[in-house]
Design a protein around this ligand. Structure first.
Ligand SMILES: NC(=O)c1ccc[n+]([C@@H]2O[C@H](COP(=O)([O-])OP(=O)(O)OC[C@H]3O[C@@H](n4cnc5c(N)ncnc54)[C@H](OP(=O)(O)O)[C@@H]3O)[C@@H](O)[C@H]2O)c1
Length: 441
């Protein structure tokens, strides 16, 4: 590398412009820490006229990010465009072919192409660093890849999407419905106009896929992740969780099991006293359980230009100092093909909310279906709802009443079969709500 570490910056949006401000503000200190000054030599954006609040008078402009990637005037290609394929992928491939180090914050792209790109980087003898891709400003990649090198990780889990955590926290504090909280999140800029990617769990799944590969030394397989979002969570679920001593959080969980690696993203009831339950608002957290260190929890901003740029710079500084670690902390040949553990084998307790028609025999039938699957119930709570159709003292037999069941540990298979039979018996209105309960420290 030359005396100056020259960056080719593709994308000067939220993260890219924060990165430029950081270099402006901390340039001298960065030069000392990295052993050489860090300078942006070229940028690529769509619209050159846009004011980005930073001085770009001294840099070369490239309309095509692929040209920037090939340009010999930069040593590190920093991809901050986004998107699972397209120009982001094309330009990273071009930079690797030109022997450049890569820094990217692009989880969508890595979840799909990460293993292949890591192989290409290793063949080219360059770094492919992605600290910002997994949880914004939280240095979880470095922690897993380097600091925990002497451990076997048994479980990694976390709150990986700030939008969902913000919505769940407001639902909990103010008793509001999901739609109402989503609207507020959109007004505050915490949720996109089309929130599907966040609230249905896909964004968290991309991040989990990366954490799994590093934690367990497997190839990335985002497709294999079981994904459920938070849009079906109601104030009644939040209230019941509170009464039972739990909070509901959207968690990404990956753990080693006898049948393979389990990866799942879904709403989870976690004990109020656990570290993960106390993570509120847009904050993210990642917990790691490993044999020698025990449990670690890292929390902080999972998004935002400045926090994300902080992680991007950490990757740049590593490359500038000559610190090279394999993309997933080990040679690519040593990665194992991903062996999926079926989510249906997941064992744990469950919260089930049913709308049960107020008829004789309904309870007995539900209890019988549970017993048929060897599911033991820890508690059954019937909540009286004001009847819709008659005077309060004479509820119509067909007015469904909310009933909450808490099970002891059982398998997902057993729960699904029992709920299917209960639905077929015709004693319940609506689809049953089912939320997994996990015991975390
Ligand atoms: N924002 C966050 O909080 C956050 C957190 C973690 C990770 N990330 C990841 O960081 C990456 C960047 O996110 P961001 O929020 O900074 O995105 P952004 O604000 O939308 O910025 C994207 C930048 O890419 C440029 N661009 C788009 N298409 C281009 C093309 N064909 N040629 C050249 N430039 C092009 C845009 O140019 P114009 O400015 O001219 O439109 C813009 O400067 C994404 O992968 C994202 O997932 C973001």
């Amino acid at each position: 590398m030359s005396d100056v570490v020259r960056l080719g910056l593709a994308g000067v949006g939220t993260v890219g412009s924060s990165l430029l401000r950081m270099i402006e503000r901390h340039g001298n200190d960065l030069a000392v820490r990295c052993g050489a000054p860090i300078a942006v030599s070229g940028v690529s954006v769509r619209d050159r006229q846009k004011d980005r609040g930073v001085d770009l008078s001294h840099v070369s402009w490239f309309d095509d990010p692929v040209e920037l990637a090939r340009d010999p005037g930069n040593d590190i290609f920093v991809e901050l465009i986004g998107g699972a394929g397209g120009i982001a992928l094309e330009s990273i491939k071009a930079a690797l072919a030109a022997g450049k180090h890569i820094v990217t914050a692009n989880k969508a792209l890595l979840a799909e192409h990460g293993t292949a790109l890591a192989r290409q980087a290793e063949d080219a003898g360059v770094s492919l660093n992605f600290e910002a891709a997994a949880a914004g400003g939280i240095p979880i990649i470095k922690t897993l890849r380097e600091a925990l090198a002497g451990n076997t990780v048994t479980r990694v889990y976390g709150i990986l999407n700030g939008t969902c955590n913000y919505i769940l926290t407001r639902m909990e504090r103010e008793g509001m419905a999901f739609d109402e909280c989503l609207q507020i999140a959109q007004q505050l800029g915490y949720a996109e106009a089309d929130p599907t990617f966040d609230v249905e769990g896909y964004d968290a799944a991309h991040k989990l896929a990366l954490l799994t590969a590093i934690s367990f030394g497997t190839e990335i397989d985002a497709e294999a992740i079981y994904v459920e979002g938070i849009s079906s969570i109601t104030p009644a679920d939040i209230e019941a969780a509170d009464e039972l001593g739990y909070r509901i959080r959207l968690l990404g969980v990956a753990c080693r099991t006898e049948s393979g690696i389990e990866q799942r993203v879904h709403p989870t009831m976690v004990p109020k006293a656990s570290a993960i339950a106390r993570i509120d608002g847009v904050t993210n957290a990642v917990a790691v359980e490993a044999d020698f260190v025990g449990q670690l929890v890292l929390s902080g901003p999972g998004a935002g230009g400045d926090a994300t740029a902080s992680s991007v710079m950490s990757d740049i500084a590593d490359i500038a100092r000559g610190d090279r670690v394999g993309t997933f902390g080990r040679p690519i040949e040593s990665l194992q093909p991903y062996r999926q553990a079926a989510i249906r084998l997941h064992e744990g307790g469950y919260y089930i909310r049913l709308s049960v028609f107020d008829r004789p025999g309904a309870f007995a039938a539900i209890a019988r279906r549970m017993a048929e699957e060897n599911i033991s119930l820890e508690s059954i709570v019937q909540r009286r709802r004001a009847p819709r159709s008659t005077a309060p003292e004479h509820p119509a037999p067909d007015d469904p009443q909310p009933v909450i069941l808490i099970t002891y540990e059982t398998t997902e298979n057993a729960i699904r079969r029992a709920l299917e039979s209960i639905s077929q018996d015709g004693h319940i209105a609506d689809t049953p709500q089912m939320i997994r309960i996990e015991q975390f420290g």
